[in-house]
Design a binder for this molecule. Sequence first.
Ligand code: SF4
Ligand code: SF4
Length: 437
Amino acid sequence: MGLLTFKGGIHPPHAKESTEHLPIIDFLGPKVVEIPLRQHIGAPCEPTVKKGDTVKVGQLIGAAGGFVSANVHSSVSGTVLDVRKQNTAYGFDTCVVIENDDLYEVCETVKPKPDYKTLSGKEIVDMIKEAGIVGMGGAGFPTHVKLSPPPEKPIDTIVLNGAECEPYLTCDHRLMLEESEKIIKGLQILMHALNVKNGVIGIENNKPDAIAKMTEAAKGTEIRVVGLKTKYPQGAEKQLIYACTNRSIPSGGLPMDIGVVVNNVATVATIGNLFETGMPLVERVCTVTGKGIKSPKNIRFKVGTPLKALIDFCDGYNGTPGKILLGGPMMGVAQFSDELPAMKNTSGILVFTPEEAKLPDASACIKCGKCVTTCPINLEPLQISAYALMHDYDKAAKFNALDCIECGSCSFICPAKRPLLQTIRVAKREILARRKK
Ligand code: SF4
Ligand code: SF4
């Protein structure tokens, strides 16, 4: 069978060589963790602990503030030093600051779950909700919400995202190599919960060892592992679903509209672990990498560990850092400081040198059309961007600006180095703000 893919897209350098062969290593070192009570899309949590309390690993420290929200648990054992507002990657949010006693004493409530086959779908979804599990591929969307489609939108397929198409990042790759059984177990749990027979895992073909390992782990199950063409943004939801199922999400629609739920492999490994050990989402793996880092690594860290502690664990900066991104170079978000806590959705910490971080000078559009043929959503980036620059957001909306998935392919390919993505982002924000008025 030929490799599965989608229309458009780009081929940026992979830049994964420095970490793809490095096994995951644990970082147990943070003396203090600062755990944000908003690490997800949706309402922030309410603190359930106060200054001076002692806490254990897996203990609830923040209760979800609504259905679209996700509980937060302590990632270490120790003493609450403060519950305060501070900078996080999401803004200025309440954090529970805990002094780590290095004992990693586990909370009494953390117990292995019963055999998933004996549980109803609702019981499983409730356990995932309790455990504060969110999309760990970057979006941070609460997983229990995805697993609760309305009755008129039945799900028949679950797709797992093992594409890891962002350059530099290798944490999902290593997870598929080192924890393939947990991922398969997690997917089986979700298939049971939603009463679904089709489980598909899509992996880009620049990770043949991961394809082989996951295929081996899936033997004897109903799960299919498919190789995808290595092309960015192969792991974006719409593109992944199209490649794995040949189904297209309509404009403004969601995967559930076409009977599909998508999850990242790291999220599903966490669900596998939850059922095996009872531990909620308190740690994850991320790739700390880039020319600005002395010894890049794939690190399993405790949620709330300061970015600087993880960078120091990689022997620190290689000279003066030019730019720090959370995530990969295409969709990652630049940070103004390394004194922020790493969170449930921190898949990468990428540090550029000052030379790499320098933005090229933009020139006039030469109407080459490359941004149009590259856009995986069939948009006209040059038009949306031009209207955004003229502050004509109604016209930008008519060109379907809100469908943009912010993949950055248009900016990458543009020979005139136009700031397409940046201006389209502004247009999206303005359109949404005006609709709320
Ligand atoms: S317009 Fe949006 S979706 Fe299309 S290539 Fe540019 S960033 Fe990606
Ligand atoms: S790729 Fe750049 S130069 Fe070419 S049409 Fe698009 S905006 Fe213009």
